[in-house]
Design a protein. Structure first.
Lengths: 125, 107
């Protein structure tokens, strides 16, 4: 079945970086954009940006520009989200999601039809 | 950045009754609007996209309407499993945004 499986929970110290993976299966990896969403404890959803798995192009929300990097490895159908210079208030669950509902494959104009299970990143000294 | 504003922040409704949730965009997003449901310790689930199209497997009691800047999610007869947090999201350009969420609680 179509699914996104994320890497496990991480504990990082302030100032460190974290790299979260998201492995896609059950569909053609290059057909759909992958998005990342942050959710701080008890808070709402925050749109971070996307990567086009086909060409590798990215777009980031202004808030995350300069400290988030999204990449992909097409050979293993996996995208990565790296966040640098972590602070304690960066503690959150990070979700990857497939943009698959709306204008269809090859477009960023899609809602998120498949979600990963989430990865908790805890930043603590 | 397009700002999405949801109202109310919390909605208390009895099982079997109708719930109406609102979402407003700071500028037109055409019909490129989605609704998600999130339960504790779970990822969000897509309910509605294109403002009014139900996602695969979503019951008919969920319906969406609106275009431009004003949108509504209606749940016609609340079931116990519907009590959750609901988010709207616009995807009208390359920078998407979510609303802050509406918590639907049992009255």
């Amino acid at each position: 079945q179509v699914q996104l499986v994320q890497s496990g929970a991480e504990v990082k110290k302030p100032g460190a970086s974290v790299k979260v993976s998201c492995k896609a299966s059950g569909y053609t990896f290059s057909d759909y954009y992958i998005y990342w969403v942050r959710q701080a404890p008890g808070q709402g959803l925050e749109w971070m940006g996307w990567i086009n798995p086909n060409r590798g192009g990215t777009t980031y929300a202004q808030k995350f520009q300069g400290w988030v990097t999204m990449t992909r490895d097409t050979s293993i159908s996996t995208v990565y989200m790296e966040l640098s210079s972590l602070k304690s208030d960066d503690t959150a669950v990070f979700y990857c999601a497939r943009g698959g509902a709306g204008f269809g494959s090859g477009s960023y104009l899609n809602a998120f039809d498949i979600w990963g299970q989430g990865t908790l990143v805890t930043v603590s000294s | 950045e397009i700002v999405m504003t949801q109202s109310p922040a919390t909605l208390s409704v009895s099982p079997g009754e109708r719930a109406t949730l609102s979402c407003r965009a700071s500028q037109s997003v055409s019909s490129n609007l989605a609704w998600y449901q999130q339960k504790p310790d779970q990822p969000p689930r897509l309910l509605i996209y294109g403002a009014s199209t139900r996602a695969t497997g979503i019951p008919a009691r969920f319906s969406g309407s609106g275009s431009g800047t004003e949108f509504t999610l209606t749940i016609s007869s609340l079931q116990s499993e519907d009590f959750a947090v609901y988010y709207c999201q616009q995807y009208n350009n390359w920078l998407g945004t979510f609303g802050q969420g509406t918590k639907l609680e049992i009255k």
